[in-house]
Design a binder for this molecule. Structure first.
Ligand SMILES: [Zn+2]
Length: 604
């Protein structure tokens, strides 16, 4: 009773007087001040913690990181991961090294030869006019840019020194000009994997870097071309060129096409092929996919280009030499990183080349890879059950961990490790689910993993997969007045219902499959119409019970006559949020009773 009385008296005084409100306001202001101060202090502490250790910053300029710098790096990566900024160390290190490199370049002030610039401008107009002009595709532009950036950094070049142009032709080809322009045809990008494109870009980059192009146009200026060849890696104070070093190592292994002094166009092609697959492999791309590109090139003049068979033999020789464990441990950070993750996924990985002990965080990355792989294997098994894969040729569970490297300096590299989600039919890119990032340093000419971090959330190797636009839908929506509008709308409707209501389109799909297999006179077990129809039914059943999404980019609509048109597009399929496969789809449409209808479907 007594206590109640006192409470009510207190309440009365506060609730009636102005002093209560004043005091409460003052109290709130004080609390806010304390909170702001605490937040400020916390932010300052976080910022301080996120700052790169000064000693590490200065150590990065050296060729090799010493033990103290490696320890700093590990602590820094761990701290940033804890504070929710796992990307920060890679960003900071890259921007620091880039700043230093650009300062050094500005000091050099390279003078471009006017005759070269003039020739290049002339060549630019010629290449465009002879190949259908420029082709615009945001998706493929960003895709090429991403691959070229990785290759340029690994070769020690500034990414801006290469300019990419897409050509509007169905031919499978790529060319380059002296001013650093690389032209890639629509026919090549829409039918090639990232690995194939990487080998092609790296080939052209070598022509540019070595001045090959210049020597073709001006045979008299051969000496000027030689001067520019960066094969001279042992110059006073020059940054060691990792590609050149790797080439020397390969030359020691018996591959002589890599001397860097090729003067005939035959030798230059061999050299560019070998250096191309070498550079692409060092970044984690599958060098052997170069074979498939070589067989798809148009026939080249025999006076300038060796035969495809000879070129494949040359590439095979270079790739075989790269299987040497000693070469891998000293030149391929990606293989070292992937092997160390695979080793951590298994038990008993002692004595593997390039793996020296356990790096901090490696078991976590290995676990993330294993979980993703399990999920993918389960999806694949289910798809085979539904005969979605037709021939039942899912990729085997082993060897599906892959990596893409960014070489920051010749002694420091980061490799993003992912699980390959591409199926056999994958043609337009090979997406994967990123599980972690491995940090490698090169000490005594050997790459070793020093730290590993799990990257939170599910991110994809190809960032454009997440944000790729629906170009087919946009084109269909934008052009109702356009003559192609009806064709595009019909194609979009087919595409959309192919996933959500496949049964409705199964007849068309199966008919198209049968017709195309009859036309190809195919007699193989799985190439016949029956197997493909089964596959189509399986696909419908599987996708019908899933949250599946099929999207298209780089759409090409061609009207062949007033009643016949084709729509070709690259498409990507995601099932339950996981990108599984991508391919090229070609629809043949005919005008029947005033309506465009899909008559045939071809999946490449
Ligand atoms: Zn070439």
């Amino acid at each position: 009773m007594r206590s109640l009385g006192r409470t009510s008296a207190t309440w009365k005084r506060y609730s009636t007087g102005r002093s209560f409100r004043q005091r409460a306001t003052r109290l709130a202001a004080f609390a806010a001040l304390i909170l702001a101060a605490a937040t400020g202090i916390a932010a300052a502490v976080v910022l301080l913690e996120l700052r790169m250790p000064a000693r590490l910053g200065s150590a990065l300029s050296g060729a090799e990181l010493d033990d103290a710098a490696v320890a700093d790096l590990c602590v820094y990566i761990q701290k940033c991961s804890h504070l929710g900024a796992p990307d920060l160390p890679a960003q900071r290190v890259q921007s620091l090294v880039a700043r230093k490199a650009s300062r050094a370049l500005d000091a050099e002030a390279p003078a471009a030869s006017p005759s070269r610039a003039g020739l290049a401008r002339e060549a630019h107009q010629m290449v465009l006019s002879e190949n259908g002009g420029e082709w615009k595709s945001d998706f493929h532009r960003s895709r090429l840019g991403r691959i070229a950036r990785v290759l340029a950094m690994a070769a020690g070049d500034k990414p801006e020194s290469y300019r990419l142009t897409l050509l509007d032709t169905t031919q499978t080809n790529a060319v380059s000009t002296a001013d650093g322009r690389i032209y890639v045809t629509r026919g090549l990008v829409t039918t090639s994997t990232d690995d194939e494109i990487a080998a092609v870009l790296a080939h052209e980059m070598h022509h540019i870097r070595s001045g090959h192009w210049y020597s073709w146009w001006l045979p008299d200026a051969q000496s000027a071309g030689d001067e520019n060849d960066n094969g001279d890696g042992d110059g006073e104070g020059a940054e060691p060129d990792p590609v050149y070093e790797a080439a020397c190592a390969l030359a020691d292994l018996g591959v002589d096409a890599l001397s860097g002094a090729a003067t005939t166009s035959y030798a230059q092609e061999f050299e560019a092929d070998a250096r191309g697959v070498l550079l692409a492999s060092m970044c984690g791309y599958e060098g052997r996919q170069m074979y498939s590109v070589l067989t798809r090139l148009p026939s080249m003049p025999v006076t300038s280009h060796p035969s495809v068979a000879h070129r494949i033999a040359g590439v095979a020789k270079a790739l075989d030499a790269m299987e040497d464990p000693e070469w891998i441990s000293s030149h391929s950070p990606v293989k070292v990183a992937v092997r160390s993750v695979e080793a951590a996924m298994r038990i008993g990985a002692a004595g593997r080349p390039g793996v020296s002990g356990e790096a901090p965080g490696l078991p976590d990355v290995a676990r993330a890879c294993r979980e993703t792989l399990d999920r993918l294997n389960a999806t694949e098994a289910e798809m085979i059950g539904f005969r979605w894969l037709g021939a039942g040729t899912a990729l085997s569970g082993r060897g599906r961990v892959m990596g893409r490297a960014v070489m920051i300096t010749s002694g420091l590299s980061i490799v993003d490790v992912a699980v390959d989600t591409g199926f056999v039919r994958a043609t337009a890119g090979r997406p994967g689910v990123v599980c972690g990032r491995i940090w490698l340093i090169r000490r005594l000419c050997v790459w070793e993993t020093v730290a590993a971090q799990v990257l939170p959330g599910t991110r994809f190797v190809a960032p454009e997969w997440q944000k790729f636009k629906d170009e087919l839908g946009e084109a269909a929506a934008a052009g109702p007045k356009d003559a192609d509008g009806g064709v595009l709308r019909a194609a979009q409707m087919w595409r959309d219902t192919a996933v959500s209501d496949f049964a409705g389109h199964l007849d068309v799909y199966a008919r198209g499959k049968l017709e195309s297999s009859v036309a190809a006179n195919s007699s193989s077990q799985y190439g016949n119409g029956h197997g493909q129809t089964l596959e189509a039914i399986g696909w419908a059943r599987f996708l019908g019970s899933r949250r599946a999404e099929l999207r298209a980019w780089s759409v090409r609509c061609e009207a062949h006559s007033p009643t016949l048109a084709t729509v070709a597009f690259s498409s990507g399929l995601t099932v339950d949020g996981m990108p599984l496969s991508s391919n090229s789809t070609r629809l043949t449409l005919v005008l029947e009773e005033g309506q465009w209808k899909v008559a045939q479907v071809n999946l490449d």
